[in-house]
Design a binder for this molecule. Sequence first.
Ligand SMILES: *Cc1c(COP(=O)(O)O)cnc(C)c1O
Length: 452
Amino acid sequence: MSHATSAASNLPISRQTKQGLYVDPQALSAHLPALAYKDNALYIEDVSVKQLAQHYGTPCYVYSKQAILDMYQAYSDSFSALAHKVCYAVKANSNLAVLGVLAEAGAGFDIVSRGELMRVLAAGGKATSVVFSGVGKTHDDIEFALKQGIACFNVESQSELALINNVAARLDIRAPISLRVNPNVDAKTHPYISTGLKDNKFGIAHEKALSVYQQAASMTHIDIVGIDCHIGSQLTEVAPFIAALDKLIELVHSLQEQGIELHHIDLGGGLGVRYIDEMPASIAEFAQALLPKLQELNLTVFFEPGRSMVANAGVLLTRVDVLKPTAHKNFAIVDAAMNDLIRPALYQAKMAVIPETLPTHGLDTEGTQPWDIVGAICETGDFLAKERLLTLATDDILAITGAGAYGFTMSSNYNSRGRACEVMVSGDEHQLIRKRETLESLYANEMLWQKN
Ligand SMILES: *Cc1c(COP(=O)(O)O)cnc(C)c1O
């Protein structure tokens, strides 16, 4: 079960043929902590996917509680030599049950809005282990977070710093802050999820950071407690993290020379996951690379992992509604769509699609054809996967893996589609953790025009 002890080999699990991409479902499931085929049927922990699809209907997100806890533990264990805090990035998956499981395990949280802070509190998390990131914090966000007593604001601009000082002064509280430094390193990831380059909107340029810290030190209601960076998401190599850390360490030393002492260094999130054949550094490798430099610093270390904590703990289950072979392409129209899972449409993300029931022989099975797995939404960008070699029939249940992060949280009601339900599994138990949205609820906040 544990990711760290998985015996999966490092051979590629996908094969690009002339017809399309074949992803070996059994080899893939061997890499995914919560999934396994038993007698050709897919299970998440000890619950059959077929049973889940029948019980809850589709589309349906399913998360393994144990897989989430194992990832948290992997971070915790890998950095046990240091004072550290793992602040789970709520935006990856903000379901209350997910937050509750992590809060109980002792995690802190990284939030980017007041709404996320309210979720953390509702799930039993403590404000004192919350860090507040994001480029556009408003007066109301800051006031609410200050009153709750959050651990730190990760400040992204001088005007935000001034605003925090003003709000804190009015409340007669001192606001704990870090500056989010933009170290100008290339995370070598998709441009939309790269955040640490100088032309990104995030953070304060590292050349300017020292002077902004001096400004902060002179403010009446600001407590400087740390330094922060977050350079992007789905990073597969450790080198960019090291490059960013080196720039932060330089700054920490310059600050010490100015008499500014910090309590913590926050390295953000961003560690990548294996969706198909990506080979991201493991949490242990990531820790090994960073630990020597961090130990010298003698600061508490914060991390803000999102994707790596939950992506592979989750699947999106969907049913094949219509098979539509055409002269050029075969379309499998499923009951999930881009409104449920936007990563393929937004980032050209390749996610694996595996069947609930294994065909009798992998690639050679009669009827295996390239299929575009698409939703029913009126957009050509509405696809979940393209040219996948699969053996399909209508009413088949498919699992889209890696869907635990940036899946449900990025879903929408486009085309007046209710959002999917969410389910958590633990051992042989399963429970609804978010009801499927009713169609009436989609327009419940709307009013007909009533003037003249
Ligand atoms: C999104 C985000 C994270 C989490 O990133 P992952 O790639 O999901 O680990 C952490 N910190 C900040 C500031 C973020 O915006």
